[in-house]
Design a protein around this ligand. Structure first.
Ligand SMILES: [Zn+2]
Length: 295
């Protein structure tokens, strides 16, 4: 059993529009303290984060080392409660201890950073002249920081003016989506945005035989948009791949060494008792992550 001490309120971009009100619950990004752990008493009192995916550990895919694709996996916040609670029960195998040098506020960002790191590892970025991240929410901006360290030509396309200054601070190229042509010249496009039509924009940015990677849950497509996307994939021989894994240990390492700036992604802090204010703040378009603190 873990007592939650800090949790982030994710932005709307983290949930597919079609499912946002039904299956998904916020609270996958948190830090807590283990209060009871009968099977591993040495964990009690330790600060921990948790993988957002809970595998069964016994199916063929788990045994093959592919536990993120576990046939019976459960995800925190998907078909079970998120961590916006006083306590949450989790298997010990999902927990990672937070290093002493890493404070709680930054440790909360381990899961979104881990998702960005996993996506960055799915395609070779080095030496690619044109790489675009379409979408400038918190995960998109974390991906931008990680990927720019591997390839300085990475650029972010977004719509939120307040993000331009952040990218400038990090040395990341940032343009408004409407200011770039659809020249079909990008080697890799990471699609993070859920805005209607952005899958088609991503495919039109991609050069023939490029890779388009879904860096988040898929957006809802109407039939004509789906048909158009398939036609672009077919004509351009484009590879469309998904990404849902997490590199949590590496994320903790980068956060501990301050190699990624997450403080700038923290829009506001509230006590758990102020949850209504926190959600209202998180719903504003300029919000990245809102932190809830236990009293
Ligand atoms: Zn399994």
């Amino acid at each position: 059993m873990v007592r939650v001490t800090r949790a982030l309120v994710e932005s709307h971009a983290d949930f597919p529009p079609s499912d946002a009100s039904s299956e998904f619950a916020p609270g996958r990004e948190f830090v807590g303290v283990v209060v009871t752990s009968p099977g591993s008493p040495s964990l009690e009192g330790k600060r921990v984060i948790a993988s957002s995916m809970i595998p069964c550990s016994s199916c063929d895919l788990c045994r093959a080392g592919l536990s993120i694709h576990c046939r019976a996996r459960v995800e925190i916040g998907v078909a079970r409660d998120g961590a916006l609670a006083e306590k949450i029960a989790l298997p010990v195998s999902s927990l990672l201890e937070v290093p002493k040098a890493l404070d709680d506020d930054r440790a909360c960002f381990a899961v979104p950073l881990a998702r960005a790191l996993h996506a960055a590892d799915l395609v070779k970025l080095e030496s690619k002249p044109y790489v675009t991240i379409l979408g400038d929410d918190a995960v998109g901006l974390l991906a931008a920081q990680v990927m720019t360290q591997r390839n300085a030509s990475v650029r972010v396309l977004g719509r939120e003016p307040t993000r331009f200054g952040l990218c400038e601070k990090w040395g990341v190229k940032h343009r408004h989506i409407d200011q770039v042509g659809r020249r079909a010249d990008q080697d890799v496009v990471f699609l993070r945005s859920h805005a209607p039509g952005d899958l088609e924009i991503a495919l039109r940015l991609a050069r023939p035989r490029a890779t388009v990677l879904l860096l988040g849950p898929p957006q809802a497509l109407d039939p004509s948009a789906g048909q158009s996307a398939l036609a672009l994939i077919h004509a351009g021989e484009i590879s469309l791949i998904g990404s849902r894994g997490e590199r949590l240990a590496e994320a903790l390492r980068l956060l501990t060494t301050d190699s990624v700036d997450v403080r700038s992604l923290l829009t506001a802090k509230f006590r758990f008792s102020q949850f209504a204010d926190a959600f209202a703040r998180a719903a504003r378009p300029d919000s990245l992550r809102v932190l809830l603190e236990a009293a």
